[in-house]
Ligand binder design. Structure first.
Ligand SMILES: O=C(O)c1cc(=O)[nH]c(=O)n1[C@@H]1O[C@H](COP(=O)(O)O)[C@@H](O)[C@H]1O
Length: 239
């Protein structure tokens, strides 16, 4: 049974295989409401990983494959993935209106689609490098909002953004449109630099309007992952 707080915590199960993921999954029983299977684990184990995680955990399952292709390919892939019975699936909003709408139709009501707006590992220089500044996107927050609005219009359940944009995403998307935020870094987990650029602590992210937080390394790499999850839940409750 999950509390109002733990149901808002998504653990990124970023491991190469189920053998290494399973002990951490057990330690987090009852502490995380959603478990996110990313590309690394999905490619390491194949689609059967979804069933394995479900057997080992009481959490909802989030499949993070970040689909981005022509509309027909994405639509057909979503139909296939639907058979796995996952609760959430990601795709890139940069795929555009037709791709997103066809994916939403294929997903139906049971599988919630979350659109990645701009990766939390991206900074202004990434927009420069990839030509988005030249296209006059109006900067990071504006680009996130344009993509969030598109996701909403196409029938997605919500978006992935950084906590820095969460408040504005909620403003344009409305109450039920989800702002799911990775790049969560509790103060005690900071120190070693990593690839996340737009980061925020758990309590502050919730105050900033995030509906759900995605946390990977601060829990996975902690000496005691169970302790780390409890600590994050305490910070979330205070937020
Ligand atoms: O879609 C995602 O989950 C995602 C989007 C994004 O913009 N940034 C981001 O970090 N993620 C994922 O969220 C998780 C963050 O993990 P940590 O940085 O280890 O907490 C990873 O599994 C990323 O793949």
């Amino acid at each position: 049974m999950h509390t109002a707080v733990s149901s808002r915590l998504i653990f990124a199960l970023d491991f190469p295989d189920f053998l290494s993921a399973a002990p951490v999954l057990s330690m987090l029983a009852g502490k995380v409401g959603v478990v996110k299977i990313g590309l690394e684990l999905f490619l390491g184990e194949g689609p059967s990983i979804v069933e394995k995680v479900r057997e080992k955990s009481d959490a909802l399952v989030f499949l993070d494959l970040k689909l981005h292709d022509i509309p027909a390919t994405v639509e057909r892939s979503v139909r296939n993935l639907k058979r796995l019975g996952v609760d959430y699936l990601t795709l890139h909003t940069a795929g555009g209106r037709e791709m997103l709408s066809r994916a939403a139709d294929a997903a139906g009501a049971e599988m919630k689609l979350l659109g990645v707006t701009v990766l939390t590992s991206s900074g202004p220089e990434t927009l420069e490098q990839t030509g988005l500044m030249l296209s006059g996107c109006g900067g990071m927050e504006n680009l996130v909002l344009i993509r969030a609005l598109l996701a909403k219009e196409c029938g997605l359940a919500g978006v992935i953004c950084s906590a820095h944009e969460a408040r504005e995403v909620k403003r344009v998307g409305g109450n039920v449109f989800l702002a799911v935020t990775p790049g969560i870094r509790p103060l005690w987990s900071l120190g070693q630099g990593d690839d996340q650029r737009r980061v925020m602590s758990p309590g502050t992210a919730l105050k900033a309007g995030a509906d759900m937080l995605v946390v990977g390394r601060p829990i996975r790499d902690a000496a005691d992952p169970g302790w780390a999850a409890d600590q994050i839940l305490t910070e979330m409750a205070a937020g």
